[in-house]
Design a protein around this ligand. Structure first.
Ligand SMILES: [Zn+2]
Ligand SMILES: [Zn+2]
Length: 313
């Protein structure tokens, strides 16, 4: 569940920085969607003490919306963590993989190189396919698009969580295969990208929660304030109809299921949540306008009952 503070900050950031950037670029439809996000906020009144709680906001589901990106990543965390915990408990291993390529002048060039190199490494030819399948039982991969810090060029890259049945060292494999695959995809001969690999789990490089959060941050991270109309238009045009998240192997189908759940979900189920003032668990609901929500300082967060798995982002 998104917190009151987080929702207020993100709505403000969206209407002050992101929507104007899209409007400047003539992307009025997207700007309008962003401005309409959270038009109605659902308030849960405690039946016992009448304390007011945030129980959700009507999502716009636009991929550039910071509120909906957060809602989407919360949903992914909720779905993935139990599966991955189960995998570790069953004796399996997890790794977080980051794959980059050299920054590119156009986003299309960058995405074509990334997707091409991934396909080569995982699918092209029997040898590559077998090697990939032998190492990894499945995984989830997400795309992140940024502008390079100093280069002013595009910096698309992948984060992936890989599931392994048995322990193994994959660093030499990736460092060789990814370089070869990138060179093949962009037709160049110089070193084409970087690989980071971390073990995930209790007592490992990264905790499971950190790894999943890192994998499901925003798909696009920008200095929206300074983004030129040309940059915004290139972003919208190039990302149109590209999928941000894919799952395969033992996680096959999870991406489609989770995205479908996200598209349908309106307000979160309040099972497991209680009133922050008195601990009661029955509520009455009301929809209020976004402006009213932003002005109301009495609305607070529900409390999630600790089931031993409670986590915050
Ligand atoms: Zn109460
Ligand atoms: Zn939204």
């Amino acid at each position: 569940m998104i917190s009151v503070k987080d929702l207020k900050e993100k709505l403000k950031y969206s209407s002050n920085e992101i929507a104007p950037a899209f409007r400047r670029a003539g992307q009025d439809r997207i700007a309008q969607r962003l401005d309409e996000c959270g038009d109605f906020v659902r308030v849960a009144y405690c039946v016992k003490c009448h304390a007011k709680h945030l129980s959700g906001a009507k999502p716009c589901r636009n991929r550039y919306c910071p509120v909906c990106s957060k809602l989407r990543s919360l949903l992914w965390v909720a779905r993935l963590i139990p599966l991955l915990e189960h995998w570790i408990d069953g004796g399996g291993y997890l790794f977080l993989l980051n794959l980059t390529i050299k920054d590119t002048p156009t986003l299309k060039e960058g995405l074509d190189t990334l997707t091409g190199a991934w396909r080569t490494m995982t699918h092209e030819g029997r040898k590559n396919r077998d090697e990939w399948k032998t190492r990894f039982a499945g995984g989830v991969r997400s795309l992140e698009v940024k502008r390079g810090h100093n280069s002013g060029l595009w910096h698309p890259h992948y984060h992936a969580i890989l599931l392994r049945r048995h322990f193994g060292r994959d660093w030499p494999y990736f460092s060789e295969k990814w370089q070869d695959a990138v060179r093949k995809a962009n037709g160049r001969t110089e070193k084409g990208g970087s690989v980071w690999l971390h073990s995930v789990g209790r007592g490992k490089d990264k905790t499971l929660l950190d790894a999943v959060v890192e994998c499901f941050k925003y798909m696009t991270k920008f200095e929206w304030h300074g983004a030129s109309p040309a940059t915004i238009n290139e972003l919208v045009k190039t990302l149109h109809s590209r999928k941000g998240i894919q799952t395969w192997g033992v996680l096959y189908g999870l991406a489609e299921q989770t995205e479908e759940q996200f598209e349908k979900s309106d307000y979160e189920d309040l099972r497991g949540f209680v009133c922050r003032a008195c601990g009661f668990h029955e509520f009455e609901f009301d929809l209020i306008a976004r402006s009213e929500f932003e002005a109301d300082t009495d609305i607070g967060d529900l409390v999630k009952i600790d089931d031993g798995n409670s986590r915050t982002l």
